[in-house]
Design a protein around this ligand. Structure first.
Ligand SMILES: Nc1ncnc2c1ncn2[C@@H]1O[C@H](COP(=O)(O)OP(=O)(O)O)[C@@H](O)[C@H]1O
Ligand SMILES: [Mg+2]
Length: 308
C-alpha cells in the first residue's frame, strides 16, 4: 500500500519535472499551455492565517473568508491546525470523530476525514497529530503527500487556521504556505506579538511576505492606522514586505453568530463584518497565483513535512 503510494509519488515527481521543462521551453506560455504542462494538476492558493496572540479572530477570519471565497465559486478546504479550545469544529457545531492523525495511522483516507461544513466549505478537523506530522518517516511522508496531491484537482483554495504564536506547527504551515495573513487587533499585546511572529518567521524561516488584517477595528481608518503603525516598525527593523489586507469591524453580529455556531457570513450576510469578509475575499481572488512549482499543493505538503 505504502509502496504504491511512494511509486505514485515518484511518478508525480517525474511528471512534474517533465512538465517544468516543457514550461521553460515555451517562450510565452499562455494559460492553456500552462494547464496542459501541469497535467491534471493546477496551482491552488495556500493561505495560512496566523496571529501573535490568541483570541484575535483567526478562526472567524478563516471560516468567513473561506465561506465568502466559496460563495464566489471557489472550492475551499479549511484545515484546522489549531489544537486550542475554540477550534473550527466547535465554532461550526460540527461533530468530528476523525482527523489527520487517523489518516497517518492508516485508519482513514484523507477524503474520509474531510467534513462538509456550512456554505460549501470543506474542513479537515484539528488533529492532535499535527505536531507528529512534522516527524513522519519517509514512507509516511510519501503517503500523506500523495493523499493531498489527489485532492488538488478538487480544490482552488486551501486555508489553514493556525495556532497562536510561534509554535512549531505554525512555523511549518506559514513557511510552506504561499500567503500568510497575520490577524491583529488594536491592543499592545496583539501588536507586539504580531511583530514578534513576523520577525521570527522572517529571521529564522525566511518568510518574507505577510498580509495584515486588522480585526475588531473601530473604523476602517483605525484599521489602516494599525497597519501603518506595524509597518513602520517592520520597515525599520526587518526586511519583509507587509501588505495591508483590510479591516474587519468590531461587530456584535459576529459575536451573536459565534454563540449560534453559525458563521457571520451566513448568519448575518448583510452585517458590516460579513461585508468586509466578502470584500477581502474579492481581493484574495486578485492576488497573483504562483505558476511555478510552489503554486502546487504537493509542494506545499512536501515543504510542510520536510520543514522541521
Ligand atoms: N470582528 C469581531 N467583532 C466582534 N467580536 C469578534 C470579532 N472577531 C472576533 N471576535 C470575538 O473574539 C472571539 C475569538 O475569536 P476567534 O476567531 O475564536 O479567535 P482566535 O481563533 O484568534 O482565537 C470570538 O468568539 C468573538 O467573540
Ligand atoms: Mg482559533
Amino acid at each position: 500500500m505504502l509502496n504504491d503510494q511512494a511509486a505514485g509519488l515518484r511518478n508525480l515527481h517525474t511528471q512534474h519535472k517533465a512538465n517544468q521543462t516543457q514550461e521553460k521551453e515555451a517562450q510565452q506560455p499562455n494559460q492553456s499551455t500552462m494547464q496542459r504542462a501541469a497535467g491534471t494538476q493546477k496551482p491552488i492558493r495556500v493561505i495560512a492565517v496566523a496571529s501573535g496572540k490568541g483570541g484575535v479572530g483567526k478562526t472567524n477570519v478563516s471560516v468567513n473568508l473561506g465561506i465568502s471565497l466559496s460563495k464566489m465559486g471557489n472550492r475551499v478546504l479549511l484545515m484546522d491546525a489549531d489544537m486550542g479550545l475554540a477550534n473550527v469544529d466547535i465554532m461550526l457545531g460540527l461533530h468530528t470523530e476523525y482527523n489527520l492523525s487517523h489518516v497517518l495511522d492508516g485508519q482513514k483516507t484523507l477524503r474520509e476525514v474531510i467534513q462538509e461544513g456550512p456554505g460549501g466549505l470543506k474542513i479537515i478537523p484539528a488533529a492532535s497529530g499535527v505536531k507528529r506530522m512534522a516527524q513522519l518517516n519517509a514512507m509516511e511522508n510519501a503517503g500523506i503527500i500523495n493523499a493531498f496531491s489527489e485532492l488538488a484537482d478538487d480544490l482552488d483554495v486551501l486555508l489553514i487556521d493556525t495556532a497562536a504564536g510561534i509554535a512549531d506547527s505554525v512555523v511549518s504551515f506559514c513557511r510552506a504556505a504561499q500567503e500568510v495573513i497575520v490577524v491583529v487587533t488594536d491592543e499592545p499585546a496583539s501588536i507586539t506579538d504580531a511583530y514578534a511572529l513576523i520577525k521570527v518567521l522572517n529571521r529564522d524561516y525566511k518568510v518574507s511576505r505577510f498580509r495584515l488584517l486588522a480585526n475588531m477595528a473601530r473604523t476602517p481608518e483605525h484599521g489602516k492606522q494599525l497597519f501603518d503603525k506595524l509597518s513602520r516598525v517592520t520597515e525599520q527593523f526587518l526586511d519583509v514586505s507587509l501588505d495591508y489586507f483590510g479591516a474587519v469591524p468590531f461587530d456584535y453580529s459576529l459575536k451573536d453568530a459565534v454563540q449560534k455556531q453559525i458563521p457571520v457570513t451566513l448568519y448575518r450576510p448583510n452585517s458590516l463584518a460579513a461585508k468586509s469578509f466578502e470584500s477581502m475575499a474579492r481581493s484574495v481572488e486578485r492576488w497573483p497565483i504562483s505558476k511555478d512549482a510552489s503554486g502546487y499543493l504537493q509542494f506545499f505538503v512536501e515543504n510542510l513535512f520536510q520543514g522541521s
